[in-house]
Ligand binder design. Structure first.
Ligand SMILES: CC(C)(COP(=O)(O)OP(=O)(O)OC[C@H]1O[C@@H](n2cnc3c(N)ncnc32)[C@H](O)[C@@H]1OP(=O)(O)O)[C@@H](O)C(=O)NCCC(=O)NCCS
Length: 297
């Protein structure tokens, strides 16, 4: 049987979360996110065998969101010999589209902790597995060269939606392609604007980039999540691809975040391993690959 968490489950949930695992959720994070609204009792599911809880799934969403978007934790009791069906049942309680993000290191990709969880995700319908390279830039490094061929301007939500819609054409980003296939380029672009607005970075950091003739080249969104500043989005419109403009956009994002921090800062970013032009841009700009994010969707 599956049900969502009630207040009296809190001690049990916190005990499950103290077990070392690949889960992102720790007891401290659970309490803090319950407070902020990124975790909620209604988004925390228990699997029960009779009266005994034997499984747990913790889902994450935006504090102002209406539904959970990503699975952060799967736990099973030691008495469960095969956790896959229990976890698959738990995952099925939340309607798609959802994702499951597992944070790890490249060498640990085949750890049974990960493969068992991905097997459960696949059984519940999350069959597309993407590997995302995680990058970081720290202010201990020199700032990348700032663009001299592009100018950067703030813009309205409508202008960003138009830019995102253009940029989604021919995108190598797995989530963008899936979104466009699911709801179409326009709706996907509008949804992205809303999602980026729900992130912690100030809206007034967002920029559109233009060349010397005033033509739109791309979009650069510095942002932040619960872990600190991030590269929210980099995109070049299809007709202008092939000039390494991604470097200029990434440099601008790095500058905006570094200037706002006015002190030590780390900027993090993710890109799909198959998005080769973006991977190359991070490496040219001096971003260091430090981890791997495995995403089932
Ligand atoms: C990733 C992106 C910003 C790179 O744009 P860019 O700065 O023009 O890329 P580069 O100039 O460095 O391109 C290097 C090569 O890859 C090619 N390339 C770039 N983007 C490509 C794409 N989406 N599909 C196929 N090839 C692409 C270029 O034509 C160039 O080929 P060449 O070496 O034969 O000339 C751009 O592809 C894009 O906007 N994609 C959609 C949004 C996205 O994926 N953002 C990153 C999310 S983290």
């Amino acid at each position: 049987m599956f049900r969502t968490m009630v207040e009296s489950d809190l001690d049990f949930v916190l005990t499950c979360l103290t077990e070392p695992s690949v889960n992102t959720t720790t007891p401290e994070r659970f309490v803090a996110y319950l407070e902020s609204g990124s975790y909620r009792p209604a988004w925390t599911w228990l699997a029960l065998d009779g009266e005994t809880p034997v499984g747990l799934a913790v889902w994450w969403g935006f504090p102002d969101g209406e539904r959970p978007l990503a699975l952060d934790c799967l736990w099973a009791a030691p008495s469960v010999t095969d956790p896959v069906p229990v976890w698959a049942g738990l995952i099925r309680q939340v309607p798609p589209p959802v994702e499951y993000h597992i944070f790890t290191q490249p060498g640990r990709r085949d750890d049974p902790q990960i493969t068992t969880r991905l097997a459960a995700a696949a059984e519940a319908g999350l069959t597309t597995v993407t590997e995302r390279f995680r990058y970081e830039w720290t202010s201990a490094q020199p700032l990348p060269k700032r663009s001299t061929r592009l100018t950067f301007e703030p813009a309205s939500d409508g202008a960003f939606a138009d830019a995102f819609e253009q940029i989604s054409a021919g995108s190598l980003d797995v989530a963008t392609r899936a979104g466009v296939a699911r709801i179409g380029a326009r709706a996907q672009a509008l949804e992205e604007v809303e999602d980026y607005k729900s992130m912690r970075g100030p809206r007034d950091w967002w920029r559109l980039a233009y060349d010397g003739s005033g033509a739109l080249v791309g979009a650069a969104l510095p942002s932040a999540n619960d872990g600190g500043p991030v590269v929210g989005f980099v995109g070049v419109v299809p007709s202008r691809r092939g000039h390494h403009y991604a470097d200029d956009l990434l440099a601008e994002i790095t500058w905006i975040i570094a200037e706002a921090a006015a002190g030590a800062v780390t900027v993090r970013a993710d890109t799909d391993s198959t998005n080769t032009p973006m991977v190359a841009a991070f490496e040219r700009l001096g971003y260091r690959r430090f981890a791997l994010r495995v995403v089932a969707s």
